[in-house]
Write a protein that binds this ligand. Sequence first.
Ligand code: BT5
Length: 250
Amino acid sequence: MDAPNSLAPGEVEPLLTGRFGRPYLYEDSCESSQQLLDSSDEEGAVAVCDVQTQGRGRLGRGWEAPPGSAILCSVLLKPPPGRPVPELSLVAGLATAEIVESALELAVQLKWPNDVMVNRRKVAGVLAETRNGSVVVGIGINVNQARDELPEEATVAPGSLYTSDGVLRERAPLLVDLLHALEQNYERWREGGLDALYDGIGARDFLRGRRIYLDGREGIGVGIARDGRLEVDLEGERRLVESGEVRFER
Ligand code: BT5
Protein backbone atom coordinates (compact mmCIF):
# COMPACT_ATOMS: atom_id res chain seq x y z
CA MET A 1 0.00 0.00 0.00
CA ASP A 2 1.38 3.43 -0.90
CA ALA A 3 -0.53 5.36 1.75
CA PRO A 4 1.08 5.65 5.17
CA ASN A 5 -0.48 3.06 7.40
CA SER A 6 0.57 3.85 10.91
CA LEU A 7 -1.47 4.18 14.08
CA ALA A 8 1.15 6.34 15.78
CA PRO A 9 -0.22 9.40 17.64
CA GLY A 10 0.80 11.76 14.82
CA GLU A 11 -1.54 9.92 12.42
CA VAL A 12 -4.45 9.39 14.80
CA GLU A 13 -4.68 12.33 17.19
CA PRO A 14 -5.32 15.03 14.55
CA LEU A 15 -8.32 13.02 13.32
CA LEU A 16 -10.01 12.51 16.71
CA THR A 17 -13.41 14.17 16.99
CA GLY A 18 -14.61 13.31 20.49
CA ARG A 19 -13.62 12.52 24.04
CA PHE A 20 -12.48 8.94 23.38
CA GLY A 21 -8.83 8.67 22.39
CA ARG A 22 -7.60 11.27 24.89
CA PRO A 23 -5.11 10.35 26.17
CA TYR A 24 -3.90 8.17 23.30
CA LEU A 25 -1.24 5.66 24.33
CA TYR A 26 0.65 3.96 21.52
CA GLU A 27 3.31 1.21 21.49
CA ASP A 28 4.84 -0.40 18.41
CA SER A 29 4.87 -3.68 20.31
CA CYS A 30 3.33 -4.75 23.61
CA GLU A 31 2.15 -7.94 25.31
CA SER A 32 -1.48 -6.86 25.16
CA SER A 33 -3.04 -3.42 24.81
CA GLN A 34 -5.34 -4.49 27.67
CA GLN A 35 -2.38 -4.16 30.04
CA LEU A 36 -1.62 -0.55 29.17
CA LEU A 37 -4.70 0.88 30.90
CA ASP A 38 -5.96 0.84 34.46
CA SER A 39 -8.58 2.54 36.57
CA SER A 40 -6.31 5.51 37.32
CA ASP A 41 -6.63 6.56 33.66
CA GLU A 42 -9.53 8.74 32.67
CA GLU A 43 -12.57 7.42 30.88
CA GLY A 44 -12.01 7.31 27.15
CA ALA A 45 -8.27 6.70 27.44
CA VAL A 46 -7.18 4.48 24.56
CA ALA A 47 -4.20 2.14 24.16
CA VAL A 48 -3.13 0.87 20.75
CA CYS A 49 -0.35 -1.53 19.78
CA ASP A 50 0.88 -2.24 16.29
CA VAL A 51 1.64 -5.80 17.30
CA GLN A 52 0.87 -7.80 20.44
CA THR A 53 3.12 -10.59 21.68
CA GLN A 54 0.44 -12.05 23.96
CA GLY A 55 -2.84 -10.79 22.52
CA ARG A 56 -5.78 -12.01 24.55
CA GLY A 57 -9.13 -13.46 23.57
CA ARG A 58 -11.82 -14.56 26.01
CA LEU A 59 -11.64 -17.57 28.31
CA GLY A 60 -7.83 -17.71 28.25
CA ARG A 61 -7.63 -17.86 24.47
CA GLY A 62 -5.23 -15.82 22.34
CA TRP A 63 -5.60 -13.14 19.68
CA GLU A 64 -3.10 -13.01 16.83
CA ALA A 65 -2.37 -10.49 14.09
CA PRO A 66 0.82 -9.76 12.12
CA PRO A 67 2.42 -6.33 12.71
CA GLY A 68 0.83 -3.45 10.88
CA SER A 69 -2.22 -5.39 9.67
CA ALA A 70 -4.95 -4.96 12.25
CA ILE A 71 -6.52 -2.59 14.73
CA LEU A 72 -5.63 -3.71 18.25
CA CYS A 73 -7.01 -1.26 20.75
CA SER A 74 -8.27 -1.00 24.31
CA VAL A 75 -10.57 1.67 25.74
CA LEU A 76 -11.06 2.49 29.42
CA LEU A 77 -14.69 2.89 30.51
CA LYS A 78 -16.11 3.81 33.88
CA PRO A 79 -19.73 2.69 33.77
CA PRO A 80 -22.08 3.60 36.61
CA PRO A 81 -21.88 1.04 39.44
CA GLY A 82 -24.16 -1.96 39.17
CA ARG A 83 -24.50 -1.91 35.41
CA PRO A 84 -23.98 -5.31 33.74
CA VAL A 85 -20.46 -5.33 32.31
CA PRO A 86 -21.12 -8.07 29.72
CA GLU A 87 -23.47 -5.64 27.97
CA LEU A 88 -20.40 -3.60 27.04
CA SER A 89 -19.28 -6.40 24.71
CA LEU A 90 -22.46 -5.82 22.74
CA VAL A 91 -22.10 -2.04 22.93
CA ALA A 92 -18.56 -2.28 21.50
CA GLY A 93 -19.52 -5.06 19.09
CA LEU A 94 -22.27 -2.88 17.66
CA ALA A 95 -19.89 0.08 17.22
CA THR A 96 -17.42 -2.22 15.45
CA ALA A 97 -20.13 -3.70 13.24
CA GLU A 98 -21.33 -0.22 12.27
CA ILE A 99 -17.92 1.05 11.18
CA VAL A 100 -17.02 -2.18 9.36
CA GLU A 101 -20.38 -1.96 7.59
CA SER A 102 -19.67 1.61 6.45
CA ALA A 103 -16.19 0.66 5.26
CA LEU A 104 -17.23 -2.44 3.35
CA GLU A 105 -20.75 -1.46 2.33
CA LEU A 106 -21.71 -5.02 3.21
CA ALA A 107 -24.03 -6.39 5.87
CA VAL A 108 -22.20 -7.09 9.12
CA GLN A 109 -23.57 -9.29 11.89
CA LEU A 110 -22.97 -9.80 15.58
CA LYS A 111 -22.47 -13.33 16.79
CA TRP A 112 -23.38 -13.27 20.47
CA PRO A 113 -21.64 -12.37 22.64
CA ASN A 114 -18.62 -10.73 21.01
CA ASP A 115 -17.88 -11.66 17.41
CA VAL A 116 -18.29 -9.37 14.42
CA MET A 117 -19.08 -11.37 11.31
CA VAL A 118 -18.92 -10.74 7.57
CA ASN A 119 -20.01 -13.52 5.20
CA ARG A 120 -19.96 -16.04 8.08
CA ARG A 121 -16.38 -15.14 8.97
CA LYS A 122 -15.18 -13.43 12.13
CA VAL A 123 -13.49 -10.15 11.22
CA ALA A 124 -13.37 -8.67 14.73
CA GLY A 125 -13.65 -9.66 18.37
CA VAL A 126 -14.33 -7.84 21.63
CA LEU A 127 -13.05 -8.54 25.13
CA ALA A 128 -14.41 -6.68 28.19
CA GLU A 129 -12.34 -7.01 31.39
CA THR A 130 -13.03 -5.37 34.74
CA ARG A 131 -10.28 -3.44 36.61
CA ASN A 132 -11.12 -2.03 40.06
CA GLY A 133 -14.58 -0.90 39.06
CA SER A 134 -13.48 0.22 35.60
CA VAL A 135 -13.79 -1.78 32.42
CA VAL A 136 -11.13 -2.20 29.78
CA VAL A 137 -12.80 -2.98 26.47
CA GLY A 138 -10.44 -4.52 23.92
CA ILE A 139 -11.30 -4.58 20.25
CA GLY A 140 -9.36 -6.42 17.57
CA ILE A 141 -10.31 -5.79 13.94
CA ASN A 142 -8.70 -7.72 11.09
CA VAL A 143 -8.11 -5.04 8.49
CA ASN A 144 -5.43 -5.88 5.93
CA GLN A 145 -4.55 -9.51 6.63
CA ALA A 146 -4.47 -11.85 3.65
CA ARG A 147 -6.14 -15.21 4.12
CA ASP A 148 -2.83 -16.95 4.97
CA GLU A 149 -2.12 -14.33 7.66
CA LEU A 150 -5.23 -15.27 9.63
CA PRO A 151 -5.06 -17.96 12.32
CA GLU A 152 -5.53 -21.51 11.06
CA GLU A 153 -6.93 -22.98 14.25
CA ALA A 154 -9.83 -20.71 15.02
CA THR A 155 -13.10 -21.52 16.78
CA VAL A 156 -14.95 -19.40 14.22
CA ALA A 157 -13.57 -19.16 10.65
CA PRO A 158 -11.62 -15.86 10.50
CA GLY A 159 -11.75 -13.18 7.82
CA SER A 160 -10.52 -9.63 7.40
CA LEU A 161 -11.85 -6.53 5.68
CA TYR A 162 -9.27 -7.26 2.96
CA THR A 163 -10.42 -10.87 2.44
CA SER A 164 -14.00 -9.56 2.29
CA ASP A 165 -13.59 -7.01 -0.49
CA GLY A 166 -9.97 -7.08 -1.69
CA VAL A 167 -9.27 -3.49 -0.59
CA LEU A 168 -6.20 -2.57 1.50
CA ARG A 169 -7.07 0.22 3.92
CA GLU A 170 -5.43 2.86 6.05
CA ARG A 171 -6.13 1.96 9.63
CA ALA A 172 -6.06 5.41 11.27
CA PRO A 173 -9.40 6.66 9.82
CA LEU A 174 -11.04 3.36 10.75
CA LEU A 175 -9.75 3.55 14.31
CA VAL A 176 -11.01 7.12 14.63
CA ASP A 177 -14.45 6.09 13.30
CA LEU A 178 -14.47 3.21 15.77
CA LEU A 179 -13.73 5.47 18.75
CA HIS A 180 -16.44 7.89 17.62
CA ALA A 181 -19.04 5.12 17.20
CA LEU A 182 -18.07 3.56 20.52
CA GLU A 183 -18.37 6.87 22.34
CA GLN A 184 -21.82 7.48 20.87
CA ASN A 185 -23.10 3.98 21.62
CA TYR A 186 -21.62 4.05 25.11
CA GLU A 187 -23.34 7.38 25.90
CA ARG A 188 -26.65 5.97 24.68
CA TRP A 189 -26.13 2.83 26.79
CA ARG A 190 -25.27 4.95 29.86
CA GLU A 191 -28.48 6.88 29.44
CA GLY A 192 -30.88 4.18 28.31
CA GLY A 193 -29.23 0.79 28.80
CA LEU A 194 -29.14 -1.89 26.16
CA ASP A 195 -32.71 -1.02 25.18
CA ALA A 196 -31.39 2.18 23.59
CA LEU A 197 -29.19 0.12 21.24
CA TYR A 198 -31.37 -2.91 20.85
CA ASP A 199 -32.66 -2.13 17.35
CA GLY A 200 -29.11 -2.05 15.97
CA ILE A 201 -28.12 -5.19 17.85
CA GLY A 202 -31.26 -7.21 17.07
CA ALA A 203 -31.10 -6.32 13.37
CA ARG A 204 -27.59 -7.79 13.16
CA ASP A 205 -28.17 -10.92 15.23
CA PHE A 206 -26.12 -13.66 13.53
CA LEU A 207 -27.43 -16.61 15.58
CA ARG A 208 -31.13 -15.83 15.18
CA GLY A 209 -32.78 -18.77 13.46
CA ARG A 210 -29.48 -20.61 13.08
CA ARG A 211 -28.75 -24.19 14.12
CA ILE A 212 -26.54 -24.05 17.18
CA TYR A 213 -24.74 -26.32 19.65
CA LEU A 214 -24.60 -25.60 23.36
CA ASP A 215 -23.21 -27.89 26.07
CA GLY A 216 -23.27 -30.84 23.67
CA ARG A 217 -26.91 -30.26 22.75
CA GLU A 218 -28.32 -29.15 19.44
CA GLY A 219 -30.82 -26.36 19.06
CA ILE A 220 -31.87 -23.17 17.31
CA GLY A 221 -30.79 -19.64 18.18
CA VAL A 222 -33.91 -17.64 19.04
CA GLY A 223 -31.99 -14.40 19.34
CA ILE A 224 -30.32 -11.84 21.59
CA ALA A 225 -32.83 -10.87 24.28
CA ARG A 226 -33.41 -7.24 25.26
CA ASP A 227 -31.31 -7.80 28.38
CA GLY A 228 -28.32 -9.00 26.34
CA ARG A 229 -28.65 -12.70 27.07
CA LEU A 230 -28.96 -15.18 24.24
CA GLU A 231 -32.22 -17.08 23.98
CA VAL A 232 -31.93 -20.56 22.55
CA ASP A 233 -34.36 -23.37 21.86
CA LEU A 234 -32.87 -26.75 22.76
CA GLU A 235 -35.27 -29.34 21.35
CA GLY A 236 -38.28 -27.41 22.60
CA GLU A 237 -36.69 -26.20 25.86
CA ARG A 238 -36.21 -22.42 25.90
CA ARG A 239 -33.09 -21.24 27.71
CA LEU A 240 -31.48 -17.83 28.31
CA VAL A 241 -27.70 -18.05 28.17
CA GLU A 242 -25.71 -15.53 30.26
CA SER A 243 -22.22 -16.15 28.94
CA GLY A 244 -20.03 -18.67 27.22
CA GLU A 245 -19.68 -20.08 23.78
CA VAL A 246 -22.32 -21.11 21.31
CA ARG A 247 -21.17 -23.01 18.24
CA PHE A 248 -23.06 -22.86 14.97
CA GLU A 249 -23.30 -25.04 11.91
CA ARG A 250 -20.94 -23.75 9.23
C1 BT5 B 1 -12.21 -12.44 21.15
O1 BT5 B 1 -11.97 -13.56 21.90
O2 BT5 B 1 -12.77 -12.43 20.09
C2 BT5 B 1 -11.68 -11.18 21.78
C3 BT5 B 1 -10.54 -10.61 20.99
C4 BT5 B 1 -10.07 -9.30 21.57
C5 BT5 B 1 -8.77 -8.88 20.95
C6 BT5 B 1 -8.39 -7.49 21.35
S1 BT5 B 1 -7.03 -6.91 20.44
C7 BT5 B 1 -6.88 -5.55 21.47
C8 BT5 B 1 -7.10 -6.05 22.88
N1 BT5 B 1 -5.87 -6.56 23.44
C9 BT5 B 1 -5.91 -7.87 23.66
O3 BT5 B 1 -4.98 -8.55 24.13
N2 BT5 B 1 -7.13 -8.35 23.30
C10 BT5 B 1 -7.99 -7.30 22.81
P1 BT5 B 1 -12.49 -15.03 21.55
O4 BT5 B 1 -13.93 -15.00 21.19
O5 BT5 B 1 -12.05 -15.84 22.70
O6 BT5 B 1 -11.69 -15.41 20.28
C11 BT5 B 1 -10.39 -15.93 20.38
C12 BT5 B 1 -10.27 -17.04 19.37
O7 BT5 B 1 -10.33 -16.46 18.06
C13 BT5 B 1 -8.94 -17.77 19.46
O8 BT5 B 1 -9.03 -18.95 20.15
C14 BT5 B 1 -8.61 -18.05 18.00
O9 BT5 B 1 -9.20 -19.28 17.63
C15 BT5 B 1 -9.35 -17.00 17.23
N3 BT5 B 1 -8.52 -15.89 16.77
C16 BT5 B 1 -7.28 -15.48 17.19
N4 BT5 B 1 -6.88 -14.41 16.50
C17 BT5 B 1 -7.88 -14.13 15.62
C18 BT5 B 1 -8.06 -13.15 14.63
N5 BT5 B 1 -7.14 -12.20 14.40
N6 BT5 B 1 -9.19 -13.18 13.90
C19 BT5 B 1 -10.15 -14.11 14.11
N7 BT5 B 1 -10.04 -15.07 15.03
C20 BT5 B 1 -8.91 -15.09 15.79
